[in-house]
Design a protein around this ligand. Structure first.
Ligand code: ELD
Length: 519
């Protein structure tokens, strides 16, 4: 489906403007480079999945002694509750001794006993900061646990601390003026993604074993993609979003998902089972999945949106390799399909994120949330302060606050029609036994700040939030530059168990997570 002349002109103008701004940025940027690499992981305990580690702990074949130096790497900014974690770890042996029902009972009652957990800082973790990267929230400390965090702790996981995010979790990097900038462990010069970038960076570096992130435009999946780990955005509305900041408003609840992030595919399902709490039964997660009986589809790109980058040839190629592997392994035929409406993904995401709730109340404005109650941020004034290094906000946050003011009051009818058509076509295609491959992002991890010049590329993940579908991000090895590649596995509503099962299969074929420090 070719672009219209107007769309081609729009694309050309947008890319010319961004190219000019990028040239200016490059000219003004310092030429320093940081070629440091992480050391290889020596402690074999750090290369175990949560399932394996918990089993060793239950059998007293492993003791927990977190390595302080491991948690002090500069590439991610996070707070840690180290002493408390060590104290909780010392309780584990006592819990094992007291369990008279044997290992199976312990595994059932405390499936994650002793497993180190990291938590995105926008979630409430009792006693830890909950600022979401806002200088104005410095000193805010959570007094409760967010429900999915409480459920993971009740299952025996030991929180090590909280990890960095973008301001208000609304950007595809993890950089703010409170904690600083988080780095990608495969290349410190590159982004770890956002907004759960601290989670992605820490988990890929084996600084924790499992983590939790949130996702309303791709904030679990982009960090998992850029850091070469697994993540799952659930069917909408399955995991409670209480006690995370900013609180949902408008129709965000329909698009926001909290989910697991981890280095091993086998940890996704048990974590989801725990985090979904009372809703877990709706996913039939214990039902065996026969991959040979599923229907598979592949969508190589968005059809040529004027807003997004063309998909990197290495990502197109690795997705083709997945197709060939599935056809060889399962004896299935993977059908290539295209959806005309995917080229409007950003416009659909932006329009639906702005819709009012059932009572007609619009979502809280980003510029208001960026400021303090009753004192919204003036974006232009913040831009002036930013130019002289005096703003508490990043360029991305200032830009978003400015763009927000230009948002049209009423939702364009054409966009509503495109979304309804896309929703109908995708759900009819997937049914209850379909899985669709779609790029997680058009490029491997960009250099720091470069997303400012390709701000709409997150639409590859954002559109799936608006459709409300479950999706697992799966690592697929490293690119020529040594950067993680991956793909989204998308299924029909409540069919979360299908991409989770396929993730296990692809981990065996493509090798899953890679040690960023490996020579
Ligand atoms: C000057 C640079 C800023 C230009 C902004 C252009 C408009 C981009 C609009 C929205 C970007 C939102 C990115 C969302 C990333 C994922 C959020 C999430 N929590 O899942």
């Amino acid at each position: 489906m070719a672009l219209s002349l107007l769309e081609r002109v729009q694309a050309w103008l947008f890319r010319a403007l961004m190219g000019a701004l990028f040239g200016l940025f490059q000219a003004l940027s310092s030429r320093t480079c940081d070629r440091r690499k992480l050391p290889p992981i020596e402690n074999p305990l750090l290369t175990l999945s949560a399932v394996q580690l918990a089993r060793k702990i239950r059998r007293r074949e492993a003791i927990l002694n977190f390595h302080p130096k491991l948690l002090l790497y500069r590439m991610h900014s996070y707070y840690y509750k180290f002493a408390a974690a060590l104290q909780e770890a010392s309780q584990v042996d006592k819990l094992i001794e007291e369990e008279t029902g044997g290992e199976e009972v312990l595994a059932d009652r405390l499936p994650l006993l002793g497993v180190p957990l990291s938590v995105k800082e926008s979630f409430a973790l009792q006693g830890m900061p909950q600022t979401t990267g806002l200088v104005s929230r410095r000193g805010v400390v959570a007094v409760v646990d967010a429900p999915p965090v409480a459920l993971l702790k009740r299952a025996g996981a030991i929180p090590l601390g909280v990890t960095n995010t973008s301001e208000l979790c609304m950007w595809s990097e993890s950089h703010n003026h409170l904690y600083g900038i988080t780095r990608n462990p495969y290349d410190l010069e590159r982004v770890p993604g956002g907004s759960s970038g601290g989670e992605g960076s820490l988990l890929a570096s084996a600084g924790a074993v499992i983590g939790v992130g949130s996702d309303i435009g791709g904030s679990i999946r982009m960090p998992c993609f850029f850091n070469g780990i697994f993540g799952h955005k659930t069917t909408s509305g399955l995991v409670s979003s209480d006690n995370q900041h900013p609180p949902v408003s408008g129709r965000f609840e329909e698009y926001l998902s909290l989910g697991p992030m981890c280095r091993y595919a086998e940890d996704l399902l048990p974590m989801l089972q725990i985090m979904a709490g009372p809703n877990a039964h709706r996913l039939s997660l214990s039902e065996k999945v026969d991959l040979k009986k599923l229907r598979f589809f592949t969508v190589p790109h968005d059809g040529g949106s004027v807003m997004t980058s063309p998909v990197d040839s290495q990502l197109l190629q690795v997705q083709r390799q997945v197709v060939e592997q599935l056809e060889a392994d399962l004896g299935v035929k993977v059908e290539e399909v295209m959806f005309h409406e995917l080229r409007y993904a950003f416009q659909i995401w932006d329009t639906y994120m702005g819709l009012p709730d059932d009572e007609g109340a619009p979502p809280q404005r980003f510029g208001d949330l960026l400021g303090t109650p009753g004192h919204p941020v003036w974006p232009v004034w913040e831009l002036v302060k930013w130019m002289v290094g005096k703003s508490d906000h990043t360029m991305a946050a200032i830009g978003l606050a400015m763009i927000e003011k230009a948002q049209p009051a009423a939702a364009p009818a054409s966009i509503l029609r495109h979304k309804e058509k896309l929703q109908r076509e995708v759900e009819e295609l997937l049914g209850a036994d379909g899985v669709l491959l779609y790029p997680t992002h058009p490029n491997v991890a960009p250099k720091h700040h470069h997303p400012l010049f390709r701000p709409f590329d997150f639409a590859y993940t954002g559109i799936i939030n608006i459709l409300g579908l479950p999706v697992t991000q799966v690592p697929l090895g490293l690119s020529r530059e040594g950067l993680p590649m991956g793909v989204q596995l998308i299924a029909g509503k409540l069919q979360d168990r299908l991409p989770l099962a396929l993730a296990l299969h692809l981990e065996r074929s493509f090798g899953g997570w890679r040690d960023p420090g490996a020579k």
